[in-house]
Design a protein around this ligand. Structure first.
Ligand code: PEP
Length: 251
């Protein structure tokens, strides 16, 4: 089963309009019209439209960093899947560890968001990952397994193949500490096996599992060389065009 790499840049709460346009244009220009790797940029919601203009008609996809799982209505401050597709999004990051930690997002909420994303024709990138404390207490599989089961609890087999999972050990996000390729592969293989149990082995073989956590041009090739690592969710390094392109080239 060959899975296309997906390299996605999570810009988090960074950039301003001009910077966002320049960064997106630099990526678009370097990639050209054809690429064997899927690439997505996930800017802050207020800059989705300017980045949509910069990537229009190119293979670079647009992604959001969150959504609210409801149709239009009285939800002050929130943005739904229909609005995201309306401005050109194809992807949406869900359950990022920063949202889980800072906004108290739960697996049950991620599950609702996942259903809303799929109903709105968005490709969800579902983030899971353990803290350093979990890892040191040998709870990595228990924690990641619980997050996967909870976040995908309402997902049916037919739609499961189209989702993306991002394994992001919390201790490696924005810290400069990367999981070794072996550590990452071990968890990716565990996730794929679990996905096989939840759905079927065939479906599990189609689901892309990205690694995230201080991915840089210098460590991307080794990580992406592992059989169950199908791409990267990139934070810090996605804010510098050269670094992000270096990771894409490694893929
Ligand atoms: C992320 O936030 O998804 C991430 C992986 O960040 P960084 O690459 O900066 O560790």
């Amino acid at each position: 089963m060959s899975r296309r790499y997906l390299i996605a840049g999570n810009w988090k709460m960074n950039t301003r309009s001009r910077e966002a346009t320049a960064l997106a244009k630099a990526v678009v220009d370097a990639i050209g019209e054809d690429t064997p790797v899927d690439v997505a940029l996930c800017p802050p919601a207020v800059y989705l439209s300017v980045v949509a203009d910069a990537v229009a008609g190119t293979p670079v996809g647009l992604g959001a960093q969150n959504l609210y799982p409801a149709n239009d209505g009285a939800y002050t401050g929130e943005i739904n899947a229909g609005m995201l597709t309306d401005v050109g999004c194809r992807f949406v990051i869900l359950g990022h560890s920063e949202r889980r930690a800072l906004m108290g997002e739960t697996d049950a909420q991620v599950s609702k968001k996942l259903q809303a994303a799929l109903a709105g024709n968005l490709v969800p990138i579902v983030c899971v990952g353990e803290t350093l404390e979990d890892r040191e207490a040998n709870r990595t599989e228990k924690v990641v397994g619980t997050q996967i089961r909870g976040s995908l609890s309402e997902l049916d087999e037919v739609r499961a193949a189209g989702i993306v999972v991002a394994y992001e050990p919390v201790w490696a996000i924005g810290t400069g500490k990367t999981a070794t390729p072996e550590q990452a592969e071990e968890v990716h293989a565990f996730i794929r096996k679990l996905l096989g149990e939840l759905f079927t082995d065939d479906v599990a073989a189609q689901i892309r599992i990205q690694y995230g956590g201080s991915v840089k041009p210098g460590n991307a090739k080794q990580l992406l060389g592992k059989p169950n690592i199908d791409g990267a969710l990139v934070g810090g390094a996605s804010l510098k065009a050269d670094d992000f392109l270096g990771i894409i080239n490694a893929a």
